[in-house]
Ligand binder design. Structure first.
Ligand SMILES: N[C@@H](CCC[C@H](N)C(=O)O)C(=O)O
Length: 278
């Protein structure tokens, strides 16, 4: 089976194409091959599959074997994979990729000298209803809600971008001990389907630093949906403007929350790391 190892800001994936590549036990496959010592090494496995509602469908299995509804960095990688492998006409720079959690999502490629240099994704409207995120909180939106983890009190804003996020604003996000606070928050009873956890520090109204503990993958270098959730939470809590950079350990994403259509737009890179056969 041929695979392509790809990354978006260091959030890395094993990308596989076609229904024949989807194993009966996709969970075990992800656990085995995402392992960084005994496998290929990745934060998740991405399947690019046929769709009857879009050009292609993308499914993402986290490195712990659980399936996520959506993945911002993976959808950019899937778009580049589709373009690079001639799976759409070479003249096209607009395509639509379906995800389980957010439905069909329009994607625009920037192509320079025949190579994809940036990918802009319409990530859809954020879900702000607490029960729909899901959390156990019957409110909309859920902002600055208290939660305790590892003996420390935090306040979070809940946002779903198809997958669930809790965004915590702190003074020093880049030095947060993710291994201490990430697991108890990911598994907190407030979050019935577990949750992705973002710690963010707003430096300016158009710039925030963010570090992430991902549901099913632990600390990753970047999270596209988490960056979208961070900007949305920044706007909801009066900290940020609707257009800004979310700076992650692996690099920067431009995030825009359009007032007119209520959609969140994410722009960033996608790269091939290497190709192989297993
Ligand atoms: N890294 C991703 C999100 C991947 C899925 C996530 N771990 C979840 O379980 O929801 C991104 O770039 O959005």
């Amino acid at each position: 089976m041929n695979f392509t190892k790809m990354q978006g800001l260091g959030n890395d994936f094993i990308v596989l194409f076609g229904e024949q590549a989807l194993p009966a036990d996709a969970a075990s496959f992800a656990v085995r091959y995402c392992d960084r010592n005994f496998g290929i090494g990745a934060d998740g496995v991405v399947y690019v599959l046929p769709s009857d509602r879009a050009d292609y469908m993308m499914r993402i299995i986290n490195s712990d074997g659980t399936e996520a509804e959506q993945c911002g960095n993976a959808i950019r990688c899937a778009a580049k994979y589709i373009y690079d492998n001639g799976l759409i006409d070479a003249s096209r720079t607009d395509l639509v990729i379906e995800t389980i959690g957010a439905g069909p999502q329009p994607v625009r490629l920037t192509v320079e000298n025949g190579a994809v240099s940036a990918v802009r994704v319409d990530m859809g409207a954020p879900i702000l209803n607490g029960l729909a995120v899901p959390t156990t909180i019957d409110a909309e939106p859920v902002t600055e809600y208290p939660v305790e983890a590892a003996g420390r009190q935090f306040r979070f804003t809940a946002v779903s971008m198809g997958n669930p996020h809790c965004v915590i604003f702190t003074d020093d996000a880049v030095h947060t001990n993710l291994h201490t606070y990430g697991p108890p928050l990911e598994h907190h009873p407030l979050f019935p389907r577990r949750i992705n956890v973002e710690f963010a520090t707003v430096k300016r109204r158009d710039f925030a630093e963010m570090r992430v503990w991902e549901r099913g993958a632990g600390p990753t270098l970047a999270c596209g949906t988490g960056a979208c959730a961070t900007l949305v939470a920044g706007v909801l809590t009066g900290r940020m403007d609707r257009r800004g950079i979310v700076s992650l350990k692996g690099g920067d994403l431009l995030i825009e929350w359009d007032e007119a259509d209520n959609h969140v737009y994410m722009t960033g890179p996608a790269e091939v790391v290497f190709k192989g056969t297993i």
